[in-house]
Design a protein around this ligand. Structure first.
Ligand SMILES: NC(=O)C1=CN([C@@H]2O[C@H](COP(=O)(O)OP(=O)(O)OC[C@H]3O[C@@H](n4cnc5c(N)ncnc54)[C@H](OP(=O)(O)O)[C@@H]3O)[C@@H](O)[C@H]2O)C=CC1
Ligand SMILES: CC(C)(CO)C(=O)C(=O)O
Length: 296
């Protein structure tokens, strides 16, 4: 089966590389600098202290997605609608589309744009682009995917490529759990430009995080979502296990890029307003991050 990746970035290149390494016919759709490097040398995958060039197809033209049986959709939440509109003309009615993105509404938004079902996928991986056509794996790699008629087929395709897949009847709740963690840390790390270990030592920071999380849980409940696991316990663990890490939002702002904050704290604020649930802490975190994002 031909597999296409829309968004040749940290997540898309990693999963594309794992699948190509396992013998699949993989096509990456990405920006010209990455595409040129992959077409020239192959994709450089750094994994567990090893480096390997992996041959695969790459194109800057969304038309290269034509004929794919499976599409991994891996752009940032800010690009979902535009990238979805670009691939729509090249999808068949039976193409399986997965959203490998943070935030809770990407699968729904993408599905509305392309007119096909989209499998929501929670991505537990840490990867980064180290340069054009060069992806580095820092840890983990497992996916939790929603139930659908195609989910078994997806799992059977991905698992032999050393991509652990769990099919869950509460993938939505798992996406929420991850987003709530993001709502606790991402904006604070972005506004302060501090890593988590130092951040949580700030005066009142745990209280701010607790308030943000309580608002998120109230909004999740209002949306009828059951958030699995010990959300607060997982949040406390992040500061212990990743003390030197800056949030992806902090990294985006440091590079002058638009962040996904509208789909994290911003999403909670919008949903809270719809449901009549106050979200003052998320409102402040979102507004301050947007201010910082708009700085020259
Ligand atoms: N990196 C990680 O470790 C993790 C990331 N995630 C989530 O996964 C998603 C993807 O993140 P990540 O891979 O880090 O993001 P990246 O920015 O590294 O990758 C996305 C890539 O897609 C490109 N792109 C966007 N729109 C188009 C388009 N229309 N045509 C071609 N290329 C396009 C972007 O280019 P440009 O930048 O020029 O727009 C970028 O190179 C996000 O929702 C993120 O939150 C989840 C877990 C871990
Ligand atoms: C888990 C966490 C908070 C790790 O940095 C993350 O998902 C992000 O930075 O967006």
């Amino acid at each position: 089966m031909k597999i296409a990746v829309m968004g040749a970035g940290a997540v898309g290149c990693y999963y594309g590389a794992m699948l190509a390494r396992a013998g699949h016919d993989v096509t990456l759709i990405g920006r010209p600098a990455h595409v040129d490097a992959v077409n020239r040398d192959g994709l450089l995958l750094e994994f567990g202290g090893t480096q390997q060039y992996i041959e695969m197809n790459a194109s800057a033209d969304a038309a290269a997605i034509a004929g794919a049986g499976l599409v991994l959709f891996c752009v940032k939440s800010t690009d979902t609608n535009d990238a979805g509109a670009q691939i729509k003309p090249f999808l068949a009615p039976d193409t399986i589309v997965m959203s490998l993105q943070n935030g809770v509404d990407n699968a729904e938004r993408l599905s509305a744009v392309i007119g096909l079902p989209v499998i929501p996928t929670v991505v537990y991986v840490a990867t980064s682009m180290e340069g054009p056509g060069h992806v580095k794996h820092h840890g983990r790699g497992e996916l939790v995917i929603g139930q659908s008629a195609q989910s078994d087929k997806v799992a059977e395709t991905l698992r032999p490529a050393h991509i652990p897949v769990e099919i869950s009847d509460n993938a939505e709740g798992a996406l929420w759990a991850k987003m709530i963690l993001n709502c606790a840390y991402n904006a604070l790390s972005a506004i302060s430009q501090m890593p988590y270990g130092r951040l949580v030592q700030g005066e009142g920071i745990w209280d701010v995080m607790r308030n943000a999380v309580d608002e998120c849980l109230a909004v999740a409940k209002g949306c009828g979502v059951t958030v699995p696991g010990d959300v607060w316990g997982a949040i406390e663990k992040i500061a212990e296990t990743m003390p030197g890490q800056y949030s992806s939002t902090a990294q985006d702002l440091a590079r002058g890029k638009t962040s996904e904050i509208d789909f994290l704290n911003g999403y909670i604020v919008r949903k809270g307003a719809e449901l009549g649930i106050p979200t003052p802490t998320n409102l402040a975190l979102h507004a301050m991050t947007k201010l910082r994002e708009s700085r020259d």
